[in-house]
Design a protein. Structure first.
Lengths: 162, 304
């Protein structure tokens, strides 16, 4: 369970991300989000921009970076779990696999409607102008960072995970 | 442990015997839940996106480690529900806990190994939950034997400790699968695309012990065995019902660890078999199938 006492008393840092693009039902906005999300995540995951002889070196460097600074916590995704758009299901599959491969304790998907663990998190995020679906990062069962919707690039992801 | 004589046993092709154990609901026995809302249905393009490729094979591989073997007792129903609990716990990032499906079984079967209905099992897990396989009894760790079907078979204090532990693993968010063909197809397709599991019933005969070209052989009958749909294979076709081939997770092994039942024998493709929508639909008029959309765990196994 989230340590709500800590969450409520400790300032929650918000990464400098764009404000929420709205609920998944906002089809145009979410379409853009999905495209950006899947594209950037795939590129990031598979090194799509790396070509030629530098590719292996860059991938190795990324793995080293991942294994040193991006470890040990849990990525928390807050969104509708009962009626999610299909991109969220695919996203959860990919992120779960990614989190395990990169040495995180896990990737969890909390329901924004009725999961008590999500409620306080949403409240804190809304105070920062962020609505679900949102991504946060927890360590030792404590939320240590709340980010915006997962629309951004690798640099922003690293901000979340550091 | 022995089964009561009227619960049939079947021979697995590779050796070993297994039971079934699904009963028809008693008159007036109902599950209080709504149908899967039509507004939640995904369109065909999205379902294809979610199920194409190796998705169902990836899920088979990921979850083989928790494959249950109910062996010779009639706990199919509770094994299916516990299987659904496992997959949903994992999806939501909870730490895995081996659960005692037979705890749920002895709570519903009246003390005999005579099977249970889907409704009785569902209502029990909603009300009182299911305990872990390994529990603490009087300060000592105790592993509940997997072939126990009555609390009278247990040492003093174990059943009470199991009941207390069960409060940690209680309740599903669930929807019924509609009984009309169109609603059924859309629900099964949508749920599998969302990695939501479905508890369902089929009728086992001797032919059902083998799969044919990867597909189950479902018998004619009202349904005597409960299982779990854990994914689906996508095949391009004109109609949605021909595109989505649900993937069934049985409870006849091969278990990978004795915590989940006797190891060494198994059914189908590592415990799995595909089923057509038409075959899956056969028994729905006799039983209420349901989609598990979430779980409530009070145990300290949440990642945050």
């Amino acid at each position: 369970m989230i340590d709500l006492s800590r969450l409520s008393t400790q300032p929650v840092e918000t990464a400098s991300l764009p404000k929420s693009q709205g609920r998944p039902s906002d089809s145009l906005g979410i379409g853009i989000i999905i495209g950006a999300l899947l594209t950037t995540f795939s590129i990031w995951l598979f090194g799509g921009f790396n070509v030629g002889p530098h590719k292996d070196g860059n991938e190795r460097q990324e793995r080293q970076h991942s294994s040193s600074s991006l470890q040990g916590g849990t990525i928390v995704f807050v969104a509708d779990t009962k009626n999610p758009p299909v991109w969220q299901t695919i996203f959860v599959r990919d992120m779960k696999e990614w989190a395990e491969r990169h040495g995180h304790a896990g990737f969890t998907w909390l329901d924004d409607n009725d999961d008590p663990n999500a409620a306080k998190l949403i409240e804190a995020a809304k105070a920062k102008g962020v609505d679900p679906p949102l991504v946060a990062y927890a360590k030792d069962k404590k939320i240590i960072r709340i980010a915006g919707p997962w629309t951004d690039d690798k640099a922003n992801l690293e901000k979340i995970l550091k | 442990m022995s089964s009561v004589p009227d619960l049939p046993l079947y021979d697995l092709p590779g050796g070993g015997k297994v039971s079934t154990g699904l009963l028809l609901p008693a008159p007036g026995e109902v599950m209080v839940m709504g149908d899967y809302p039509p507004d939640n249905f995904l369109d065909k393009a999205d379902i294809k996106k979610a199920l194409s490729g190796q998705v169902y094979k990836d899920r088979r591989k990921r979850y083989l480690k928790w494959m249950i073997n109910q062996s010779t007792i009639g706990k199919c129903n509770t094994s299916a529900n516990v299987g659904g609990y496992y997959l949903t716990m994992d999806k939501h990032g909870y730490k895995h806990e081996a659960l005692a499906d037979n705890h749920l079984y002895w709570k519903c079967n009246g003390g005999t190994d005579s099977g249970t209905s889907l409704a009785s099992t569902f209502n029990e897990i909603q009300a009182r939950g299911v305990s872990r396989r390994i529990i603490t009894v009087n300060g000592q760790q105790y592993r509940i034997p997997d072939l126990v079907y009555s609390k009278r078979q247990l040492p003093a204090g174990v059943a009470e400790a199991a009941d207390n532990d069960a409060r940690n693993f209680i309740a599903f968010g669930a929807y019924k699968v509609p009984k009309d063909w169109s609603g059924f197809v859309n629900t099964v397709a949508t749920a599998t695309a969302r990695d939501q599991t479905i508890v369902w019933a089929w009728h086992v005969t001797n032919a059902g012990m083998r799969i044919q070209n990867g597909y189950m052989q479902c018998g004619n009958g009202p349904g005597n065995h409960a299982n779990l749909i854990q994914s689906a294979k996508w095949v391009d076709a004109a109609k949605l019902e021909d595109c989505v081939h649900p993937d069934n997770r049985n409870s006849w092994g091969p278990s990978q660890d004795p915590l989940y039942g006797p190891v060494g024998t198994g059914w189908g493709d590592d415990g799995h078999g595909l089923v057509t929508m038409q075959d899956m639909f056969r028994c729905i008029k006799y039983h209420d199938f349901y989609v598990i959309t979430g779980i409530l765990s009070n145990a300290d196994n949440s990642p945050v």
